[in-house]
Design a protein around this ligand. Structure first.
Ligand code: ATP
Length: 312
């Protein structure tokens, strides 16, 4: 009898931008405590999972030459973790994962985490698993602190290492322009640079997240623009001084404000509306301060099946 091969499953998953990212001093266990407000953006990766006798990972699009295609790809680790969790250890050895990347690699927009979240959702569907999104989120937190947010999307307050999430009300859609840099930045290196700068007594820390949450509820981009803040920005700029010019160019082009996203080097510019975002993007592309410019909006939902609504 012929075995029935299930059709491939494709999942679309968003990038994140940090509207607020407060970083504690280095703890004894080597971690930094974070308080962050994430927003999921319409800049996405698409992840297809399929049953196969030829397992592996294929990567196309953003950073395709620099993403690992072996066991250290976060998507592969997600597949392994899910297989073990549902009592099918090794089941990932019969899966092929195709990543179509729109999210810049090592860009501070959690692209690897997004792919891991998408793989969990995709395989839950391919393997017809009876798992809830909350159950996937527990697995996700073990894979990386940004993975749970990529599952849920929207706008959320993250604490701990960023993996403990509470949804935040965001009224209206916010419009963004993203400036991708020539090369990525290593997240651990940026945290290390922040520790070094702090040991020298600088830079100042951002304040409480409460005003950001209030601005999101009001839906007023002008109010939110005044409050964007990221403790990692000074460290990212210290390692990549050209970002200062990029941030200035976005505001000169008409954005309300700009911030480094997460550990950078992607710069995110908040704009007054969709039309303004298109204009800022056009002007920024011509300014010669970055590799690529993209327009996006948020919040958008987390990892979702493409062409289906039965995702866990
Ligand atoms: P974060 O903001 O969560 O720290 P990032 O967005 O700065 O992450 P990623 O794009 O997630 O960075 O990539 C960080 C590193 O992870 C890359 O340099 C790459 O070697 C590795 N990596 C592993 N799996 C993936 C994946 N699926 N996509 C991209 N990078 C991956």
């Amino acid at each position: 009898m012929l075995a029935v091969v299930p059709p491939p499953v494709t999942v679309r998953v968003p990038a994140k931008v940090n509207l607020h990212l407060a970083v504690s001093d280095l703890r004894e266990d080597g971690y930094h405590e974070l308080v962050t407000v994430f927003q999921a953006l319409s800049l996405t990766d698409e992840v297809t999972v399929m049953a196969t006798e030829e397992p592996g990972i294929e990567v196309y699009g953003e950073g395709e030459g620099s993403v690992p295609t072996g066991a250290n790809n976060l998507a592969w680790r997600a597949a392994q973790a899910l297989a073990a969790h549902v009592g099918k250890p090794g089941a990932e050895a019969k899966v092929r994962i195709v990543l179509r990347k729109g999210i810049p690699v090592a860009g501070g927009m959690a692209g690897g985490s997004a792919d891991a979240a998408a793989t969990l959702v995709g395989l839950a569907s391919l393997w017809k698993l009876d798992v809830t999104r909350d159950e996937l989120a527990e697995l996700a937190a073990g894979l990386g602190s940004d993975v749970p947010f990529a599952l849920y999307g929207g706008t959320a307050l993250g604490t701990g290492r960023g993996e403990q999430l509470v949804p935040v009300l965001a009224r209206h859609t916010f419009h963004w322009v993203l400036a991708f840099d020539q090369r990525g930045l290593s997240t651990p290196r940026v945290f290390g640079e922040l520790d070094r700068l702090r040991a020298e007594g600088k830079p100042p820390r951002i304040g409480s997240h409460t005003p950001v949450v209030e601005a999101l509820a009001s839906g007023d981009p002008r109010q939110l623009a005044l409050l964007l803040g990221n403790d990692l920005q000074a460290a990212a700029v210290s390692l990549r001084p050209g970002l200062r010019r990029t941030l200035r160019a976005g505001v000169n082009a008409g954005a309300l404000a700009g911030t480094v996203s997460g550990s950078g080097p992607t710069c995110a510019f908040l704009c007054a509306d969709a039309q303004s975002a298109v204009e800022v993007a056009a002007e920024l592309s011509g300014a010669g301060v970055c590799r690529t410019v993209r327009v996006a909006h948020g919040p958008v939902p987390g990892a979702r099946l493409v062409g289906g609504d039965d995702a866990p």
